[in-house]
Design a protein around this ligand. Structure first.
Ligand code: NI
Length: 177
C-alpha cells in the first residue's frame, strides 16, 4: 500500500495540461503501480475520484469509485473502481444543473458549480481498449470535475457566484445560504 500526497491548489502541476498516456505504457509494471497507488490514495483521503495530476503525475489518468449504500453520494449509482485513460468528454445536452463540489486538492471548501448533466465519455481502459460511457445526472458532474484536472482546471474556476464558495463545515451548519 502506497498512499501518495495529494497536492493542493497553488501547486503549479494542478494548472498544467497533463500529457497523453502512451497506450504501450498501459499494463506495464510502472503503470500498474501508479494505478494501485492512486487507488490507495483515494481510499486514504476519501472521495469518489482522483486524477493523476493531483498526486503530481503528469498523465491523463483519472479513477472513479462510487461506493454503494448510504453516503453523501447517495444520489449516485454505485460504480466499482474504474480507471479512465486519455478520456474525452462530449456534451450531449448542454442543459446544466448545479451541485456543491469539493476537491481533495481544495480541502475544506465546497463550491456551487453548474455543469451539463448529459455527457458521453470516450477513454481507454486498463487493457488499453477504447470504451464509451454515457452518463446522466450528478455522475456527469463527477466526471467533468475529474477530467478538468487533466486540463489544469479546478472546480473553483467554474463558480459564477463567489458567495457560493464556502467552508464545508459552515455549509453543513448553515445550509445553502
Ligand atoms: Ni478534484
Amino acid at each position: 500500500m502506497a498512499v501518495r500526497k495529494v497536492i493542493r491548489m497553488g501547486h503549479p502541476t494542478l494548472r498544467q495540461i497533463a500529457s497523453q498516456v502512451d497506450p504501450a505504457y498501459i499494463g506495464s509494471d510502472e503503470f500498474n503501480r501508479l494505478l494501485s497507488d492512486m487507488e490507495d490514495t483515494l481510499h486514504d483521503y476519501g472521495g469518489v475520484g482522483l486524477a493523476a495530476p493531483q498526486i503530481d503525475v503528469d498523465l491523463r489518468i483519472a479513477i472513479v469509485e462510487i461506493p454503494g449504500g448510504a453516503s453523501r453520494y447517495g444520489d449516485l449509482e454505485p460504480m466499482p473502481m474504474t480507471a479512465f485513460i486519455n478520456p474525452t468528454v462530449e456534451i450531449l445536452n448542454p442543459a446544466a444543473a448545479g451541485n456543491w463540489e469539493g476537491c481533495l486538492s481544495v480541502p475544506g471548501l465546497r463550491g456551487w458549480v453548474e455543469r451539463p448533466q448529459h455527457i458521453r465519455v470516450n477513454y481507454l481502459d486498463v487493457a488499453a481498449q477504447p470504451q464509451v460511457l454515457e452518463l446522466q445526472g450528478f455522475i456527469a458532474t463527477v466526471f467533468q470535475h475529474e477530467f478538468d484536472h487533466l486540463d489544469g482546471r479546478l472546480y473553483v474556476d467554474h463558480i459564477e457566484d463567489m458567495s457560493k464558495l464556502v467552508f464545508e463545515e459552515e455549509l453543513l451548519r448553515y445550509g445553502d445560504v
